[in-house]
Design a protein around this ligand. Structure first.
Ligand code: SF4
Length: 479
């Protein structure tokens, strides 16, 4: 690992804005946060993957991966981050270095040529250049190549120094944030700036969730200056230092960006969530209060309350038909981070019972919020091994599993309904409208008649196998 990268990683492990880190002793802090990965297990992404996830939603730039082809194949657009315009971010671009480049030491040259080619072909406002394990191990100086290319070609080339081996996906998110702080944020001035400009950090517009929030802000006259990074344009991120308030929706991912923006440009930040009715209202209130403190007109507070009252009433009206159907249903929630508590409160709003929630990647603050919401019954788990989860679901401990795609097969094998709430989801669950979508999808999963069908014994398990075969459709040989 290069000295500069080592220093960056150490700095992140000492992040004062991270409460987990602050609670540690000096010795423990030095060890860092990353857990050793289990060989052979689907480890949940490397640091490069984390950096790519965090930055790829900047939609008008080229994301160029310096490494073997497979790294880009691994990390390319696996999250449905939506764009309202440019599609350049979805282009898979890699230097595809091979053994020959390693032997001949031609990686840097190849990288420069690739940068020159993408700029000539697409004229992007910037090129994000990701380092991966192989070039980092052979000592390619990605930062120097980017500096040279920026000077020579006149387009900002942003080095993202997060090769996979340095640690987890979460560390990669933070290293991506460092790349933004070092090379992007503060490098441009906005064309317009208003007293109600805000940034949202850690929102990636998955399945278009940002578009469920933006209209609410528009109605309040709050201008979303930059979403870092969902549906973002380079210029917005580069001038994000002129916003008045930062909201952080995923604390573990970009806390370093929020904290350093406060230090450098005096932008206050708070952590909030747009999942669930209560949390959406709380977040809108917090934005309004902070903006007023920062000099926005005071009537924003009243207008926010009016909007909250009308949106809440509308949402409850739309949810009413589902409440009786869902009340009392037991949910096993297997997610992490901010969703571990924000989804809990969303489900409780519908009278559902959360029988367990995982707190992987959750901060101490997240865990405290879960305890506050679930009281003494809070059943928090870190990891549930698939075998144990299967046993729980087979026993009937929960009526539905809410998780990411990787655990779906456990639920399906146990013949229990499942709903995807992680990054690969196809539905947008944010804001008041998102809550209605979430509840509708929960109801659809729970009441799907398929579950009864698959739980019934197969015909050959209960009856006469010959009679079953007699009734079965004949196979017609293909001539
Ligand atoms: S661990 Fe290294 S080689 Fe594997 S995908 Fe990540 S960056 Fe590429």
């Amino acid at each position: 690992m290069s000295e500069s990268l080592k220093a960056k990683v150490t700095e992140l492990f000492n992040e004062p804005g991270c409460d987990k880190n602050v609670a540690k002793g000096e010795k423990e802090r030095k060890k860092g946060c990353s857990k050793p990965l289990t060989p052979g297990a689907a480890a949940g992404g490397c640091a490069f993957d984390g950096a790519k996830i965090a930055l790829q939603p900047i939609v008008d730039v080229v994301h160029l991966v310096h490494g073997p082809l497979a790294c880009e194949g691994n990390g390319w657009d696996n999250r449905h981050a939506a764009s309202s315009g440019p599609t350049l971010y979805r282009l898979g671009v890699t230097t595809d270095i091979t053994e020959m480049d390693i032997v001949m030491g031609s990686g840097e040259k190849r990288l420069y040529k690739a940068i020159r080619e993408v700029i000539a072909r697409y004229a992007p406002p910037a090129v994000f250049v990701y380092s991966t394990c192989v070039p980092a191990l052979i000592g390619d100086d990605v930062e120097a190549v980017c500096r040279h290319a920026t000077d020579k070609l006149g387009t900002p080339c942003i080095p993202v120094n997060a090769p996979g081996f340095v640690g987890s996906k979460n560390l990669g998110n933070k290293l991506a944030g460092e790349a933004l702080l070092d090379h992007v944020i503060g490098t441009m001035e906005p064309e317009v700036s208003t007293p109600t400009d805000i940034n949202i950090l850690g929102e990636y517009n998955l399945s278009g969730e940002l578009w469920q929030i933006r209209p609410l802000l528009d109605r309040l006259g709050i201008r979303l200056h930059a979403c870092i990074t969902g549906d973002a344009r380079y210029r917005e991120v580069a001038s994000a230092h002129r916003a008045r308030v930062n909201m952080m929706v995923c604390s573990t991912a970009l806390i370093n960006v929020a904290r350093k923006m406060e230090d450098r440009w005096g932008i206050p930040y708070f952590e909030g969530s747009f999942y669930g009715i209560d949390d959406t209202s709380t977040a809108l209130r917090a934005i309004a209060q902070l903006l007023v403190k920062q000099g926005a007109p005071a009537d924003l507070l009243d207008r926010t309350e009016e909007l909250i009252a009308s949106e809440e009433a509308r949402a409850w009206q739309r949810l009413a038909p589902y409440r009786d159907r869902l009340a009392g249903k037991r949910v096993l929630l297997y997610t992490g981070g901010v969703k571990s508590w924000s989804i809990v409160s969303a489900l409780q709003e519908m009278g559902m019972v959360v029988v367990g929630t995982s707190v992987r990647k959750s901060t101490d603050n997240d865990k405290k919020k879960i305890s506050d919401l679930m009281g003494g019954d809070a059943h928090m788990v870190d990891n549930i091994p698939p075998r144990e989860m299967y046993a729980q679901l087979r026993r009937g401990d929960a009526d539905i599993l809410l998780s990411g795609g990787r655990t779906q097969f456990v639920a399906l094998k146990a013949k229990v309904p499942w709903l995807d709430i992680n990054q690969e989801r196809h539905h947008a669950f944010a804001g008041y409208d998102g809550m209605v979508t979430l509840v509708r999808e929960l109801d659809r999963s729970l009441s799907n008649p398929m579950w009864q069908e698959v739980r019934n014994p197969a015909p050959w398990e209960v009856g006469d196998i010959d009679a079953f075969l007699d009734d079965a459709p004949l196979l017609v040989p293909i001539s």
